[in-house]
Design a protein around this ligand. Structure first.
Ligand code: PRP
Length: 207
């Protein structure tokens, strides 16, 4: 049996649809219940639905053999896992954004609001820029509007949230999409099952 950690929510639904198309269905997962674990013994899969930011922990510690997680989460938490495949789903980007009128003064410490402190820290370190990180858990776009920060480092998908809050994207930090990851020892012990599943997904993936 392969234990698979899927991210809860919108991305999870798309990811499950891809697994089903690749020959690993488990229709019960679509029922509107509060259940979090679903099995299809015939296909040898057990799905768990967990918070997107927790997928890496389940896989790194072996509670899940494989999982699907956004590149944003991988870059922030850097779990010790193998990255097997770009699924081409959940495409968006990590970007620096600021109010339309903001002009950067490179001689001043830049105040950066973000849910991704390590990503932001690394990005500005690579530019040699001094920053002050303001770590928030959501609605990041509000921070520069209220003067809590100068800029934000956040995910931009359609750009609607930025537009509606009079912010503009200034720099792209990296592109994001969903990645298939594997626990390092499961990848040795369950190599055949994991390889079969990876190949089936690669055949259906939108990359
Ligand atoms: C994410 C992200 C942006 C928004 C971008 O927030 O942090 O706020 O989506 O999407 P858009 O470019 O299509 O508008 P999320 O919905 O996860 O909520 P959050 O505010 O709790 O982070």
């Amino acid at each position: 049996m392969l234990n698979i950690a899927l991210p809860k929510g919108r991305l999870g639904e798309k990811v499950y649809a891809l697994f089903a198309k690749a020959g690993y269905p488990c229709p019960e997962i679509l029922s509107a219940s509060r259940k979090l674990i679903f099995e299809n013994p015939e296909k040898g899969v057990r799905y768990f639905q967990v918070k997107p930011s927790d997928v890496g922990i389940y896989v790194e510690r072996g509670a899940a053999d494989i999982g699907v997680v956004g590149r944003d989460v991988l870059m922030e938490s850097e779990p010790a896992v193998y990255e097997l495949l770009d699924l081409g789903l959940g495409k968006c980007r990590m970007a620096v954004a600021a109010p339309e009128h903001f002009r950067d003064d490179a001689s001043k410490t830049l105040r950066v609001a973000t849910k991704f402190p390590r990503v932001a820290q690394r990005y500005y370190a690579s530019l040699g820029r001094d920053i002050d990180i303001i770590q928030l858990n959501g609605s990041i776009e509000i921070a520069p509007i209220l003067g809590l920060s100068d800029v934000i480092v956040d995910i931009v998908e359609t750009g609607t949230t930025l537009r509606e809050n009079h912010l503009t994207a200034r720099e792209e930090v990296f592109p994001i999409s969903a990645r298939l990851i594997a626990n390092r020892s499961a990848y040795q012990f369950k190599k055949d099952e994991i390889t079969r599943l990876t190949e089936a997904l690669a055949g259906e993936a939108a990359v």
